[in-house]
Design a protein around this ligand. Sequence first.
Ligand code: GDP
Ligand code: CA
Length: 316
Amino acid sequence: MAIVALAGGVGAGKFLRGLVRAVPAHDVTVVVNTGDDRRFHGLHVSPDLDSVTYWLAGRADRDRGWGREGETFRATEELRAFGAADSWFGLGDLDLATHLHRTSLLDRGVPLSEATSHVAARFGIDARILPMTDDLVETRVEVAGQEGEPLDLHFQEYWVQRGAADQVKEVRFAGALAARPGPGVLEAIAAAGAVLICPSNPIASIDPILAVPGIREAVAARRDRVAGVSPIVGGAPLRGMADRLLPAAGVEVSAAGVAEHYAGLLGGWVIDHRDARLAGRVEGMGLRVAVTDTIMVDDAAAEALARVALRAALGR
Ligand code: GDP
Ligand code: CA
């Protein structure tokens, strides 16, 4: 059975490792957020595509979450010694090779989707990894800075450079209206036996995917076969700063709040034991609710979670 997963970075990467243990990897198509892509030192960096790739390849650094295991940061240290403008963003030495290779392909006119397949093939990944679009979509965060001054920041500037310290006014996806879904994205969703929304940041990772015209409608059309896993456990994100972005989008920071945010897309919703008291509220939205352990401490835990999510999508 063909399965599509909508994915951000680390939460998705862990979950997908479980999913490809539960079903054959070649049945899985992952549609990945590219809204937080940015050029650093002239290189096209795609943090979520790379997180998904490294996790599926078994090359991710499990403790740090992002980047590759056994990584060193000598080039970044050298860039910092130069005072290079972009050196606030740490890029590992092994990771740099991915960015160099991808950028050289893009600069020769190869679309991001093709460059992504190239990278995935080198890592021996059997799942299909698709960027949400080949076009440029940029997640912008409008904030009030430390002195209350209005700032319009790239997501990475808000998140990494400034440590999510600013008061968020609005998140928008610049370029989304003119973007087209990546090749194969709509077809994969239409043909899928199940569509899963990974436990990713709803505002920064999943919403940009849904903002590409056609994708939200394609998922909604499959609503009976769609399930998601809550990235909010016990009223807080497990890591990251999703709790800073959700309120700005008017979303309650809870497993039920995120389900409401995805209203119209979901048939099923998976929440953690710690949030079991919210099950009735989610059922009240007309969703199938599964309550389970959603903390993916290892691949076995992720596999068990993936099986529950598949059952929630299929209604059995
Ligand atoms: P990125 O890596 O910063 O792009 O972040 P993601 O879009 O993957 O989102 C991070 C989200 O993943 C956070 O809200 C975390 O709570 C969630 N997450 C990370 N690990 C787990 C886990 O083991 N279980 C669940 N349910 N959520 C997780
Ligand atoms: Ca991300």
